[in-house]
Design a protein around this ligand. Sequence first.
Ligand SMILES: Nc1ncnc2c1ncn2[C@@H]1O[C@H](COP(=O)(O)OP(=O)(O)OP(=O)(O)O)[C@@H](O)[C@H]1O
Length: 346
Amino acid sequence: MRDGRVRAQAASRDPAGVPFPAPGIPAILAAGVRKSYPGVEAVRGIDLTVAQGETFGFLGPNGAGKTTTIAMLCTLAMPTAGRIEIAGHDTRTAPGRVRRSLGLVFQETTLDGDLTAEENLRFHADLYALPKATLPARVDAMLDLVDLTARRDSLVRTFSGGMRRRLEIARGLLHRPRVLFLDEPTIGLDPRARAQLWTHLTEIREREATTLFLTTHYLEEAERCDRVAIIDDGRIVAQGTPAALKSVLGADRVELRTGDDTAAAAALRAGFGVHAVAGPGGVHVQAEDGARLVPRLCAGLDVPVYAVTVTRPTLDDVFLHHTGHRIRDVPREPTRDHPRPPDPGP
Ligand SMILES: Nc1ncnc2c1ncn2[C@@H]1O[C@H](COP(=O)(O)OP(=O)(O)OP(=O)(O)O)[C@@H](O)[C@H]1O
């Protein structure tokens, strides 16, 4: 579903343009959205409201249902059940307007390596029938936005991974979409290229006022979003600002390695009334003031304690709290490395 043919299919044939949604209309609305494939319930009833101008992160492990959700939001897959509106347009009844309202950046590149950066943008402009008079200025602005002006005449096959991803973003924004969907935008990039891409995304928020909806399994990227939905096994298990999501866990995370983690977790729950879970890395406890609690916890346990660490909560802790496992504990989906069968429809 990520090849050039589908991209072309995603391009709207409605050249008249779509007016900006009125203030208060959500950029993205999803209600009770489900998607089943034969033998797999990929998305099991998702409700989302993303406001105009927000940067919204969809955080989950491999195989959680992120790409399937994005595909439905972008009209590339039909939900089995539920309703989706993008910038006020229903994906079932007004798919052309929806496509006109959004831009897409896929995990795998869909750029043409034998065209220059500028030619790739112009090709996209043709697909969207953008007005010729204003196109040169728009192309200049987009190349400038992603810092590729100096390489506009270079063939894309000579670009690094980071440069390609930046050009994909410029192309996704060319037709002034109200929502830019980015599926794992930094996957495969080195830390420097990832940091650079985020600088550009921050600038896009300011200069283009575009709503950004991105999937990620990188916790530090989810931290940069205004709000985050955490998805696991096709369900949203929590959503809110990163700070609000973490605040429900208390201020600190205490990790203990003990002689019997399961018994220790049970004893801590019973004896201290704390949220204690035994996992592969030891016993995890959420506590308001971890440093003060540690001596009491250790004194209250009958099993030997070998190591204790106290850290501030992360979104991974939020994930653990809601799912019982960490994002990195989930094995990578084998299907990710192989092309999927085409979407069989609802
Ligand atoms: N076209 C399809 N046919 C059959 N099963 C599918 C199809 N697309 C997705 N799935 C299954 O649906 C589930 C969710 O997959 P999805 O790609 O949405 O997860 P994801 O969170 O995006 O994972 P990743 O981070 O690896 O991209 C997986 O079990 C996957 O194998």
